[in-house]
Ligand binder design. Structure first.
Ligand code: ATP
Ligand code: MG
Length: 710
């Protein structure tokens, strides 16, 4: 992070640039008198929110409250206002964070990342998009770079069409985690990008809760698709015709225009290099999922499932490029290889429906990953397009699910909350620890801040052999009678004395009442969450019957063919379970982020009604807690807000003291000592380190800056 004030010729003109309205409350929580009081914290947020001031800092962390209305603060003029300007010179904004990271990247040539967190509907994806737009507008341009910028921006509507859905919490909720790298050349122009995706919520393909929808693309296709396209895909316009679209009973959403979005997505697909054939192949898959959902079964005399919807099979065969009869048989039989021999057994009604849904989820989930890959190919830096790109610097944007606590928490919440534990670990490693290390290396005496190190919880989840994921995998692999409940029993045996783990059996009399027999509770860094183990084994296994896999391997749809590789059938090794895959991808993500300099944006959702102007205190207090903002502030206040090399500090402020002006002949350290004494700095306001002066509060520095102005 670039030092905020006084460095590199950046002028602080705070008093003049900010209007009175900008300064409602405090724009940096560090300046709060009563900084340990949560009530004061929330009151400051509220005051500012009422004035449409949705951004406030905690030091260099940006807190953002979703306004749920269009504020006139994202124009080109606003972007220009933040370009190349110091943090405290202008009012808090995500452009300031974006610009600051960009400048560090340019000046210090250090890779950056901006981590955006917050619960569903808090504004993470909007923030990510606004940051990308900021770079697209303010970074140097050329024709080639314009193409790259366009592709970076256009990847969003496509990913959102396939990966976002209307939920009760957010009409455009991202149902996957996303990390996007933007690569810059030595001139600071964006020349490429790369996206990593995490844990798409595949279960939504086959089931939606009341008031929720399937992924946007289904409705966009039905609503916007041209007649002859729909005819080719065998689709009717009405979403009510499709079982996979009727469960949530809300195909239409007032805030969404599927028809317009369809046009946007079609255009975006061509910008990111999809040709007509590829678009047709992709949409064939989308359509095939809808047809799959309409495949019905009836039981014969033996109770075995038979397909009763021949029409659907016909369309599926055409769209997926498979033999209809093979697909039909694969949907109602199961093949197992035992001792080298293939055993085929019929499925009953329930099993056949399960197999059908598993196929729909697998097809959609894998196509999503293929889509990300395809986008990555189009974003990849190409020498021919941007010649002269030598040393890459990279800026990463992480838009990932925040901590989730629902009435009913399952495998998905377990994974998501584990992810947040890892991000908290990263925050500790990158921010708290490094802060303390700097004080040590500078020989600054200070009281180490007590903070909770959540490594113990990460270990509980991910440790080899003893961790929850290991035990879950073990049960998934165990042939025979493994069930969700045997998994819970194993957990109880293995981690029974862990301070962050509890079950009905392990709890004392009083707590026991709040825990069901099929639940376990984790004491996360952000609070307790109770998980029901129901479905854990199934979701972790994520099984697709062998014969369905085989059918897909033979598909003539190039995308499907690419997504289902033959080696899966011949490979003796069991595929990784969902939790282990997630664990491994998170561990890679942590490595990537660890090598970068982080900035943080913490997003807050002001109310559950998605309404402008409503500030629901209870809800906000909850998020302030889960985002760890009070601890953040405590650490920030305990430390020193600013540090500056003696040489630079002296150079900037030497004119304020006759002894140091125009030239100080001695050591810069001594010069600074004379200078701050002259300025009347109080002992508790600063410390002198080996190479730098440390100033505790921003206001001390502001006062000195003001003195320069006079
Ligand atoms: P999820 O975790 O569900 O994906 P999210 O944090 O990504 O949620 P967004 O989709 O970014 O949430 O925001 C939800 C909605 O809130 C947006 O569709 C938009 O209507 C509104 N919104 C968010 N940020 C802003 C903003 N800065 N200005 C105006 N409206 C906003
Ligand atoms: Mg989102």
């Amino acid at each position: 992070m670039l030092q905020a004030a006084g460095s590199d010729g950046i002028r602080l003109t705070m008093e003049s640039a900010l209007t009175a309205r900008d300064r409602v409350g405090v724009q940096d929580f560090v300046l709060l008198e009563n900084f340990t009081s949560e009530a004061a914290f929330i009151e400051n947020l509220r005051k500012r929110f009422k004035e449409n001031l949705i951004y406030t800092y905690i030091g260099s962390v940006l807190v953002s409250v979703n306004p749920y209305k269009d504020l006139e603060i994202y124009s080109k003029q606003h972007m220009e206002r933040y370009r190349g300007v110091s943090f405290y010179e202008v009012s808090p904004h995500l452009y300031a964070i974006a610009d600051n990271s960009y400048r560090s990247l340019r000046i210090e040539r250090k890779d950056q990342c901006i981590l955006i967190s917050g619960e569903s509907g808090a504004g993470k994806t909007e923030a990510t998009k606004k940051i990308l737009q900021y770079y697209a507008v303010t970074c140097p341009a050329s024709d080639q770079v314009e193409t790259v910028k366009d592709r970076l921006l256009q990847s969003n509507p496509v990913l959102e069409a396939f990966g976002n859905a209307k939920t009760l919490r957010n009409d455009n909720s991202s149902r996957f985690g996303k990390y996007m790298d933007v690569q810059f050349d030595y001139k600071g122009a964006p020349v490429g990008g790369h996206i990593l995706n995490y844990l798409l919520e595949k279960s939504r393909v086959v089931h939606q809760n009341h008031g929720e929808r399937n992924f946007h693309i289904f409705y966009q296709l039905l609503e916007g698709g041209e007649d002859d396209l729909l005819r080719r895909l065998g689709l009717e316009k009405n979403p009510q015709q499709y079982h996979y679209l009727v469960k949530g009973q809300c195909a239409r959403v007032s805030s969404i225009s599927d028809k317009n979005d369809w046009k946007v997505v079609r255009r975006a697909l061509s910008v990111i290099n999809f040709n007509d054939n590829e678009v047709e192949d992709l949409l064939s898959i989308v359509a095939s999922v809808l047809h799959l959902g309409n495949v019905q079964f009836a039981a014969d005399e033996q109770g075995n499932a038979q397909v009763t919807t021949e029409n659907q099979i016909k369309y599926l065969a055409r769209l997926l490029g498979v033999e209809g009869s093979v697909l039909r048989e694969a949907l109602i039989h199961k093949t197992i290889i035992a001792k080298g021999e293939e055993l085929v057994s019929p499925l009953n009604l329930e099993q056949a429906a399960y197999a059908r849904d598993a196929l729909a989820k697998a097809v959609y989930g894998r196509t999503f990953s293929w889509l990300v890959n395809k986008i990555n190919k189009s974003l990849a830096y190409k020498e021919a397009e941007c010649p002269g790109w030598r040393s890459a610097t990279v800026l990463g944007l992480l838009d990932i699910y925040g901590f989730e606590v629902f009435q009913h928490n399952s495998f998905e919440q377990f994974c998501i909350n584990y992810c947040n534990e890892k991000l908290q670990q990263l925050f500790i490693e990158l921010t708290l620890k490094s802060e303390q290390e700097e004080y040590e290396s500078e020989g600054i005496a200070w009281e180490p801040v007590q903070y909770f190190n959540n490594k113990i919880i990460c270990d509980l989840v991910e440790e080899k052999f003893k961790g929850i994921i290991s035990i879950l995998d073990e049960e998934c692999l165990r042939p025979g009678d493994a069930t969700d409940m045997t998994f819970l029993e194993k957990l109880e045996e293995t981690v029974k004395n862990h301070p962050h783990f509890l079950t009905h059996k392990l709890a004392d009399q009083k707590t026991r009442k709040s825990l069901g027999r099929e639940e376990f509770r984790l004491l996360h860094y952000a609070g307790e969450v109770t998980y029901s183990v129901t479905g854990f084994l199934d979701k972790n296994n994520d099984l697709l019957f062998r014969n369905l896999k085989e059918t897909m391997c033979n598909s003539e749809n190039p995308i499907i063919n690419h997504c289902f590789e033959r080696t899966e059938l011949t490979d003796k090794k069991r595929p990784e379970t969902a939790a282990t895959q997630f664990k491994n991808s998170l561990s890679k993500l942590m490595e990537i982020l660890m090598s970068k300099e982080p900035s943080y944006i913490r997003c807050i959702k002001p109310n559950d009604a998605k309404q402008a102007g409503r500030f629901d205190e209870v809800l906000i207090r909850h998020q302030v807690k889960y985002l760890g903002l009070m601890e953040n502030l405590r650490v920030r206040r305990a430390g020193f807000a600013y540090r500056r090399k003696y040489e630079i500090f002296l150079q900037r402020y030497k004119s304020l003291c006759s002894e140091t002006w125009p030239m100080w002949e001695g050591r810069p350290h001594d010069g600074v000592a004379v200078l701050v004494k002259h300025l009347g700095y109080k002992q508790e306001e600063y410390k002198m380190g080996r190479t730098k002066i440390f100033i505790r509060f921003p206001k001390t520095l502001f006062a000195t800056e003001d003195a320069l102005e006079i």
